[in-house]
Write a protein that binds this ligand. Structure first.
Ligand code: PFF
Ligand code: NA
Length: 453
């Protein structure tokens, strides 16, 4: 066994890990990003590739990451190094841990801006700022909300503070407690919105848009986007799941927990699509509207339904909570690394990380106003952070993890950690050795235009 299993914190409850990992997975990626990407990339074909990526790449890689975390009992850097050393190999592989940590940090830098949108819409709902607005007003309100850097900066700063406050309090009191009541609430809210969608007149069109596969509508770029989103939505290759896995008690089943997290995440994304697209189609809005999609469409739905303001408030509370249970997981890797390896107290690690984060997230925030012209190759900071992480770092990190687990690490280690029957173990090995890496490579090579598949 590894050297330092005794001292590390573990989840308190039997459901601690599943709740926290689900809290990390289910977030803005499901409710904000999945719908607008599906809209941008043309619907059903994107959804199909995304689902295939979850199964063929996401699930095996998630199992691998949890196993790395639990075996190495440390931050991504330390855990990967320990497992590789235990296999008698060189520790250059811990670069993968570094990349994951950086990736989680970069994601959070733009994530707090989007979470800030959610908080500011909650405020608008509470204060009646959306009442009586039509389609065009909703677009104008979204734009106006972004135009003022003080306004936008206020909300993203608030999210940063809240994130660091929770993380600073620790794994059990901070993270575990906050996720145990908000996940069920989220699901109830989405069900209410779907019921509304069924009666809105746009439901049939939404179903067709999401689930009818039209091969012609999917570009190579769309496939790479779907792959990247599979990583993003499951919180993979960014340190979150690995670090949460490092607190997982030895007796828990990695396969079972992975399947529940992936299933919950997928269901919430599809539910979000079913809640949002009927409103889009019933109101003649453009599904390819981009990042503002849910903020422009859902408030319309709330307005038209009985008790809409109340539901609107509840929804944005839930969305904000979903964002927070994800944002805390993105810095947990960095914070646990600072505590374990650099001797920081947890509080100092959280606030130190928070300050650096705040500086970078301010750049992302300014992309929507003052810095709208500060672009590089047509993208501003917000887009770059999203693009680099989802399209490059996560797929490459996942590829590295799969190859490392499949070919480098001693096979007893994963056999022990995963605790699978021989047949299931063989399937997992086949996935991480061949299916996941080839899947990632094919999408990459296609997107780079080197070959056409
Ligand atoms: N999985 C989160 C979502 O779908 O919103 C985003 C995320 C969380 C990405 C944690 C990466 C991460 F480390
Ligand atoms: Na997600």
């Amino acid at each position: 066994m590894t050297t330092n299993t005794q001292s590390r914190t573990q989840w308190l409850g039997r459901w601690g890990f599943v709740l926290a990992a689900t809290g990390s997975a289910v977030g803005l990626g499901n409710i904000w990003k999945f719908p607008y990407m599906t809209g941008e990339y043309g619907g059903g074909a994107f959804v199909l590739v995304y689902l295939a990526c979850i199964l063929a790449v996401g699930v095996p890689v998630m199992m691998t990451e949890i196993a790395f975390g639990r075996r190495g009992r440390g931050s991504p850097i330390d855990a990967v190094r320990r497992v590789v050393t235990e296999s008698g190999r060189t520790s250059a592989w811990s670069l993968l841990g570094w990349m994951a940590m950086l990736c989680g940090f970069m994601i959070l830098s733009f994530y707090v801006v989007v979470a800030g949108w959610s908080f500011s819409y909650l405020w608008k709902m509470l204060t009646g700022g959306l009442a009586g607005s039509g389609v065009d007003d909703m677009v104008a309100i979204f734009v106006a909300n972004n135009e003022n850097p003080w306004n936008l900066g206020f909300w993203s700063t608030l999210v940063t503070l809240a994130t660091m406050f929770i993380v600073g309090r620790g794994v059990q009191a901070g993270i575990e407690k906050s996720v145990s009541w908000m996940m069920p609430g989220m699901v109830v809210m989405l069900l209410v919105l779907i019921v509304y969608g069924v009666f809105s007149g746009g439901f049939g069109e939404a179903l067709r848009f999401l689930f009818v596969f039209d091969a012609g509508s999917l570009s190579s770029d769309g496939m790479l986007a779907a792959l990247g989103h599979a990583f993003f939505t499951l919180s993979l290759a960014s340190g979150a799941i690995l670090t949460y896995g490092s607190y997982l008690p030895a007796r828990a089943s990695i396969a079972r927990t992975t399947l529940s997290v992936a299933l919950a995440d997928t269901l919430v994304a599809l539910m979000a699509g079913l809640a949002i697209f009927p409103v889009i189609f019933a109101n003649g809005m453009d599904p390819g509207e981009g990042p503002g999609l849910i903020f422009m469409s859902l408030p319309l739905a709330f307005q038209a339904m009985p008790l809409g303001t109340l539901f609107g408030i509840l929804f944005f509370v839930m969305l904000s909570m979903a964002a927070l249970t994800s944002s805390i997981s993105m810095v947990e890797a960095t914070v646990s690394w600072l505590c374990d390896s650099k001797g920081f107290t947890r509080r100092a690690a959280a606030w130190g990380t928070g300050i650096v984060l705040w500086l970078i997230s301010t750049l992302a925030m300014l992309s929507f106003n003052l810095g709208a012209d500060w672009t590089l190759a047509g993208k501003h900071a917000f887009d770059w952070l999203d693009y680099l992480t989802s399209r490059w770092m996560m797929p490459l990190g996942g590829l590295g993890m799969a190859l490392l687990a499949g070919f480098v690490v001693r096979s007893e280690i994963f056999r022990e950690e995963l605790g699978l029957s021989p047949a299931w173990y063989a399937l997992w090995l086949f996935m991480v050795r061949y299916v996941s890496p080839l899947g990632i490579l094919v999408v990459f090579i296609d997107a780079l235009g080197i070959a056409r598949v």
